[in-house]
Design a protein around this ligand. Structure first.
Ligand code: M6R
Length: 609
């Protein structure tokens, strides 16, 4: 989704802005732009359709410098991707503005403004810059104008604003869309995501909903939604330039697949004592909240939703507590029957997914109960709005396709299953046994990653395919769903997942030699039934690729390739079988030459509805 960077310094900031935009590329975008302001040249702006590289070329061609500026990567919501729709938007060469979020009342504001201002884009954003301009025309200061304009907006916004008449001021404001202020020495920065600022500072301030900040080189003043001057704490980011680099890997996705053993170690780190979980690590009042929980309501989107589906199997079979899982965009708009004393569990890599945040608010409003966020970003909106937090500690995930975020979510969720399960079916011996399996994961996954070249070779079979079916049973069904999502997301091959038992209820009609069928087959009580399903596919001329527990000694045969997977306990099998499917998608996409880290039309964190 869109990204914002801004800076005010004594030095030229254009390269800081450009570098910041490059660091935000992972979020997904279709165009980019930058504006600088000075007392001599006023507002200057460059914009380009396509990659930040195009903007960089423009920057190199023109003598474009300035010490106060704003920049943006746009992911189209209102109006097609084009240079004209790219930010910054400018009003009367007087104000330039970048915006993340969506403005719901933009049509109404546009209708009011059309007599006064000439519109040059189809965006919802342009009404904001005109609104600021009209308040400036009425004699307000830049700060007052942005404050007044923000009160007219319905929707979500993070804003960076500069003005010709105040070249030494950078204005920042946000509501429902994150924005941070980076603190330097004699300079400040703004960004929608601290990772954009890491080369220039690790100190940052998180703006809260309704905050407006007036920033000069030497001063920072923040006014909250009630108009009071506030001091927001300065935090130190744990990110480093190295942690957000690609290292020796060709793509972030591959790097992140390979990071899973160490990420999972981090998810477990410091949370286990004497082979049992330390309940206080879930929050100071966690025990009191968990004692009351009678139902678990999981809400999430995409890959995080798949993690929730797996957790449902675990909550019900291991913990013995009822659990519902729902896609956030559905939950937020239906009338669910409220189950009081539920724990609302949101799962999100970014913690900024708009649907998940809205669904959480809705669940709270309806009275489901207390909330817990399973999340990877400590400062995210979801974390800030939840009663309890369980950080996944996967480290920055840059590739749009979620990999290590998913497996660490599963490890975190299993921890939650165990502590809540203590109040139900989980005994100390069950808990320590499962924790033992979780602790074995880094070693087990290192073994699975050794399949890399075998899977790379297998990917050749998919290069000319247009469709694929993924099959699993039990807690492996969501693993199949996740495998299908990964394949379609980065290779653009149409892929569907089915619980294997559903095959003969319809999808079997699709099976022929052009439809590869991928099955995940750990050694569990459903194996016999899964084998029957695989025979059904073979009998119809389907070509099978089976990731199977090596201890079952299933051999490859005509039209069935078996990829043996290290034998593991059923409790961790969903985590283990996910990894070869990630590698398969990655290598198929690589053969197809797609933009693996930034697949077309997609954004890393979906901050609009
Ligand atoms: O940041 P979140 O986990 O809330 O994001 C949810 C989905 O947008 C995300 O998982 C998406 O499905 C991924 N691109 C899948 O790889």
């Amino acid at each position: 989704m869109c990204g914002i960077v801004g800076a005010i310094a004594e030095r030229d900031v254009t390269h800081i802005l450009l570098e910041g935009l490059k660091r935000l590329e992972y979020r997904g975008y279709d165009s980019a732009g930058m504006a600088v302001v000075s007392s001599t040249s006023g507002i200057e702006r460059i914009r380009s359709l396509g990659k930040v590289k195009e903007l960089e070329n423009l920057l190199n061609d023109e003598n474009f410098t300035g010490s106060t500026g704003i920049a943006h990567t746009r992911w189209a919501t209102h109006g097609k991707p084009s240079e004209q729709n790219a930010h910054p938007h400018v009003c009367n060469e007087r104000v330039a503005l970048v915006h993340n979020g969506t403005i719901e009342n933009h049509e109404q504001l546009r209708a009011n403004q059309e007599n006064q201002f000439k519109f040059t884009s189809e965006t919802d954003t342009e009404v904001i810059v005109h609104q600021v301009c009209s308040y400036l025309d009425s004699g307000k200061s830049l700060f007052e104008a942005v404050l007044a304009a923000s009160k007219d907006l319905v929707g979500a916004y993070a804003l960076g604003v500069v003005s010709r008449d105040n070249p030494d001021i950078l204005l920042a404001a946000c509501y429902g869309s994150p924005l941070v202020i980076g603190v330097g020495v004699g300079e400040y920065f703004i960004a929608s995501d601290i990772s954009a600022l890491i080369p220039v500072t690790q100190q940052y301030i998180v703006l809260e909903d309704g905050d407006i900040a007036e920033i000069t080189r030497q001063s920072l003043q923040i006014i909250d939604k009630d108009g009071k001057t506030v001091d927001r704490p300065i935090k130190i980011s744990e990110l480093s330039v190295e942690s957000i680099g690609r290292g020796k890997y060709k793509h972030y996705m591959l790097k992140e697949i390979y990071e899973q053993p160490s990420s999972i170690s981090q998810t477990l780190e410091g949370r286990i004592h004497n082979n049992l979980l330390i309940e206080e690590t879930f929050g100071i009042n966690a025990a009191e909240i968990f004692d009351k929980v009678k139902n678990v309501q999981i809400i999430a989107c995409g890959t995080s939703y798949h993690a929730g589906l797996i957790a449902k199997y675990w909550f019900e079979s291991i913990a013995g507590i009822r659990c519902n899982v729902e896609v956030a965009s559905e939950f937020r708009y239906r009338d669910p029957v409220v189950i009081e004393d539920s724990l609302i569990v949101t799962i999100s890599q970014s913690g900024e997914t708009s649907d998940t945040i809205a669904a959480l608010n809705e669940a709270k409003r309806l009275g489901f109960g207390k909330s817990l966020a399973v999340c990877n970003v400590p400062e995210s909106s979801l974390v800030r709005n939840s009663d309890l937090v369980l950080m996944t500690r996967a480290g920055p995930e840059i590739g749009v396709a979620s990999t290590k975020a998913f497996t660490t979510q599963l490890v975190a969720l299993m921890q939650l299953v165990l502590v809540i399960g203590r109040r139900y079916k989980v005994t100390d011996s069950i808990e320590s046994e499962i924790l033992g399996h979780l602790k074995s994961l880094p070693r087990v996954l290192e073994e699975v990653l050794k399949l890399d070249s075998e899977i790379e070779a297998l990917a050749e079979d998919f290069n000319d395919k247009h469709h694929a079916l993924f099959l699993g049973r039990g807690s492996q069904y969501p693993v199949a769903m996740e495998g299908a999502l990964k394949l379609k997301e980065i290779s653009y091959i149409h892929a569907e997942a089915y619980p294997a038992g559903e095959l003969k209820h319809g999808p079997l009609a699709l099976v022929d030699e052009s439809m590869p069928v991928i099955a995940v087959a750990p050694n569990n009580e459903l194996m016999g039934k899964l084998k029957t399903n695989l025979h059904e596919v073979k009998a119809r001329g389907g070509v099978l690729y089976v990731f199977a527990d090596e201890s079952m000694l299933i051999e490859s045969e005509d039209n069935m390739k078996v990829i043996p997977i290290i034998a593991v306990h059923n409790s961790i099998a969903p985590i283990v079988y996910t990894v070869p499917l990630q590698l398969l998608s990655y290598y198929v996409a690589r053969l197809k030459g797609t933009d693996i880290d930034q697949p077309r039309n997609l954004a890393k964190s979906v901050t609009v509805e």
